[in-house]
Design a protein around this ligand. Structure first.
Ligand SMILES: *Cc1c(COP(=O)(O)O)cnc(C)c1O
Length: 368
């Protein structure tokens, strides 16, 4: 019997991207089998983390890596690492930061909320966030000024469609941090397909989620310079205790990485393009609906379908359509950031071809 039936759970089609409240992503059968096997054995956790580090290095080109409970935990622990280094005493003292540089600079437009404010993820370590620039933008000169203030431990940058204002030139920002002698940490939670690009900015640490496009169990990958990664591991005996990766998560990450390394990027991209084309063909000709494929703004290698609903000719507004899609069975969840301007956005990465067709049928029922 399925879990949905056994526990009376709502069925969901996820056209919203790797969104936590609806279960983020689906692991492959192969990753799921590794996780299931991991659950019934003992391992040396330090050895698992050592192997994970080798696997992450091979996958990303970074010196080292470690697995945390999730990316939010990775952000907190990377900031903690910047404050304590490998000192066990300092790690044990957190969140009390006496005698440590404890100011984290981040561009104002990078103070995102991904379900939690990133500022809280910083504060959880004991550090204090300081915003540079304004919501409209953060020129490197503004960053440079904030980085020059005393007690700065690191620069935190976010690579995500959640950021606001003029995009910050990450490489220039990282260089500014290095000129001031502080490490740069990049939150690239949904950017597992672009880790080498982010490391290419010179960033000392890149944090990504395992459970987003990599489709491992819930996990954070903290990737980058060996000294800082070791300092993140030093938090395991401190605040990191409540943010630790389980044996099944670490092995699940390694299995998902193995699978990503074996898979062929071009083939994966063609599959995504095919789903977008199937979707566009299904909605072609619906009254008052203009559909188009839009590339990911952060450079992820796939597009999304944007439906623009014309207020006069379409049977429903974008808002009403999103509600109607979510009210059916299975529920269909879409990206909602453009609703007020009449745009409803579908991300198809998590969908099978069958689900794409099911969404197309539901749209025809609702709009035709
Ligand atoms: C999803 C996300 C996070 C949090 O990731 P978790 O693995 O769920 O903790 C952090 N930052 C950004 C930009 C995100 O998109």
């Amino acid at each position: 019997m399925s879990l949905h039936r056994r526990y009376g759970l709502t069925r969901v089609i996820n056209a919203r991207g790797p969104f936590t409240p609806i279960g983020v992503s689906r692991s492959s059968g192969e990753t799921a089998a590794v996780v299931a096997e991991a659950l019934s054995h003992h391992f040396l956790l330090d050895e698992l983390q050592d192997r994970a580090s080798e696997s992450i290095s091979r996958f990303t080109g970074a010196e080292a890596g470690t697995v945390t409970h999730c990316a939010a935990a990775g952000i907190t622990l990377a900031v903690a690492a910047a404050m304590t280094g490998r000192s066990a005493e300092r790690a044990a003292a957190l969140p009390v930061t006496e005698g440590m540089a404890d100011r984290v600079v981040l561009p104002a437009g990078h103070a995102v909320n991904y379900g939690q404010s990133i500022l809280q993820a910083v504060r959880l370590s004991g550090a204090t966030p300081e915003l540079a620039g304004t919501e409209a933008g953060c020129p490197v000169a503004d960053l440079e000024r904030s980085l020059a203030s005393t007690h700065v431990c690191c620069l935190l940058l976010v690579a995500s469609r959640l950021t606001r204002g003029e995009p910050v030139d990450l490489a220039a920002a990282v260089s500014a941090a290095h000129r001031r002698g502080v490490p740069a940490i990049v939150d690239g939670a949904a950017q597992d397909l672009r880790i080498p690009d982010l490391l290419g900015t010179g960033a000392d640490i890149v944090v990504v989620s395992g459970q987003k496009y990599l489709a491992s169990p819930t996990a954070g990958l903290v990737v980058g310079r060996r000294g800082l990664v070791e300092a993140v591991r030093a938090q395991e005996k401190g605040i990191g205790r409540a943010m630790k990766a389980s044996k099944e998560a670490i092995l699940g990450v390694m299995a998902a990485i193995d699978e990503r390394e074996r898979s062929e990027r071009d083939g994966w991209q063609r599959e995504q393009d095919r789903k977008v084309a199937t979707f566009l063909a299904r909605v072609d000709g619906l009254a008052g609906v203009a559909a188009r494929a839009v590339p990911d703004p952060t450079g992820l290698p796939f597009g999304r379908v944007h439906l623009r609903l014309d207020g006069r000719d379409a049977r429903l507004s974008a808002e009403a359509l999103a509600v109607a899609l979510r009210s059916g069975s299975p529920q269909i969840h879409v990206m909602e950031h453009g609703l007020s301007s009449g745009d409803i956005v579908f991300e198809l990465v998590q969908l099978s071809e069958d689900e794409v067709r099911a969404v197309g049928r539901r749209l025809t029922d609702l709009l035709d």
